[in-house]
Design a protein around this ligand. Structure first.
Ligand SMILES: N=CN[C@@H](CCC(=O)O)C(=O)O
Ligand SMILES: [Zn+2]
Length: 418
């Protein structure tokens, strides 16, 4: 048998397995590793895994020397606001002066400022801008991305954002999951009439479904935005219409969005900085993935991070994401998030790698497709410029990716691999 590609001389081959359910609690501590390994690919799938010494006898059209470095599955970023117009660097002085995130929003800035720029941008402009961010994510080792709408707050712009995500999915070989986040903020004119806005967004769900523009429905459940009861009604309707569910839950105040996510069997509950003990206990009894976004806490200058350690010790499934967006977390670098998870959430390196592979894949409903490496799985993988897997969260703020592959094809390479 002659394989398409053989990667040999791998120092550590990380082999998280695709699984029917996310890894929960103690299961997250287990990261299967093969040392001095090799891996062969054919037709975009992993076809053979063995030792580097056995690989001497393996034939392939192309052979790559991993130079004793680490190889992992392609990373999955399960929470991004990838498509938006403009930028918000003008908010930095407000942040420095201590103006809270929700106050900036209540004053017509924040999300609402990005809504204005996104409404004004053409579909083509948005595709070009988002492409730049996608390519940067890929360069950091990401091969699957969840992307949300939510900067339109009205039909045309929300659909425009979702069409942009569809166009990106066509343009790039990586995998995209699309989420409709119409109820992301209360648009001007709807304050006090939130129920009417939610109704409009719920009606839009039908059109989105018919045009197959989104897989998930999401809502920002927070003080001054949407209540738990409004979120429940909207998400129930979305579920009936066939959408998977996600919730921006308990980011700033402990409203009970976490419990709601579990009640509705959402794929994920995201943020959870203020999640209560009760909410965390309910997560642990469910398969809803806690998607933690420590980059946002860092960027908003807060002291208290989501209780990642406690969540895992309580038995919950945890994933990590960038939350890339123009206001509360302006980075495409998921590796930085992995460092924050080690430094601030007290997660171990094994838990961190599982959180950006298998569990992140489950958070976007792709646990059987991406996030794992085993015979038969999609050959989405990364050769890292690091001596061991513990090294990545330790050496922070730089890009450690050397070569990124998607379905067996090299899609990015650092300038200095040699
Ligand atoms: N918290 C709500 N939405 C985004 C922020 C969006 C923005 O500020 O533009 C988030 O997940 O952090
Ligand atoms: Zn978000």
């Amino acid at each position: 048998m002659i394989y398409d590609l053989l990667v040999t001389n791998i120092g550590q081959l990380l082999l998280p397995k695709r699984s029917p359910k996310p890894l929960k609690g103690k299961e997250m501590a287990h990261l299967p590793i093969l040392k001095c390994a090799a891996m062969a690919v054919s037709d975009g799938r992993v076809a053979w895994i063995g030792s580097a010494s056995e690989a001497v006898h393996v034939e392939a059209k192309l052979k790559i020397d991993a130079k004793q470095r680490v190889v992992s599955p392609g990373l999955v970023d399960p929470h991004t606001h990838l498509v938006f117009g403009g930028s918000r660097e003008n908010e930095l002085p407000l942040k420095q002066a201590g103006v809270p995130y929700l106050d900036i929003l209540a004053g017509g800035g924040g999300i609402l400022a990005t809504v204005n720029s996104t409404r004004l941008a053409s579909e083509e402009e948005l595709i070009n801008k988002a492409s730049f961010h996608v390519e940067r994510m890929v360069s950091h080792g990401v091969t699957a991305i969840e992307a949300k709408s939510g900067y339109g707050l009205e039909r045309d712009t929300e659909l425009k954002q979702l069409r942009v995500i569809k166009a990106l999915n066509k343009k790039y070989p990586i995998h995209f999951v699309s989420t409709f986040l119409g109820p992301h903020a209360i648009p001007p004119g709807f304050r006090g009439k939130e129920h009417m806005f939610i109704k409009e967004m719920a009606v839009l769900l039908d059109e989105i479904r018919t045009e197959n523009l989104a897989d998930y429905a999401d809502i920002f459940c927070e003080t001054g935005v949407f209540t738990v009861e409004q979120s429940r009604r909207y998400l129930r309707e979305a579920k009936t219409k066939g959408f998977g569910l996600k919730i921006h839950a308990d980011e700033i105040n402990p409203l009970g969005g976490t419990e709601l996510a579990v009640e509705l069997e959402a794929a994920s509950a995201d943020h959870l900085v203020a999640a209560s003990d009760k909410g965390i206990r309910s997560l642990a009894e469910s398969n809803t993935v806690a998607v933690l976004l420590p980059g946002t806490t860092f960027y908003l200058g807060k002291e208290l991070y989501a209780r990642g350690r406690y969540m895992i010790d309580s038995g919950a499934a945890v994933a990590l994401a960038t939350d890339f967006n123009p206001g509360s977390c302006v980075t495409e670098n998921i590796q930085f998030i992995m460092s924050l998870a080690g430094l601030r959430l007290k997660m171990t390196p094994e838990e961190i790698w599982n959180a950006v592979t298998v569990n992140a894949a489950h958070a976007i409903g792709k646990g059987d497709e991406v996030g794992g490496l085993e015979i038969g799985s999609q050959a989405d993988f990364v050769i890292w410029n690091i001596p061991n897997y513990q090294y990545l969260p330790y050496h922070f703020g730089v890009n450690h990716a050397a070569i990124v592959y998607c379905e067996g094809k090299r899609i990015w390479e650092c300038a200095s691999y040699g």
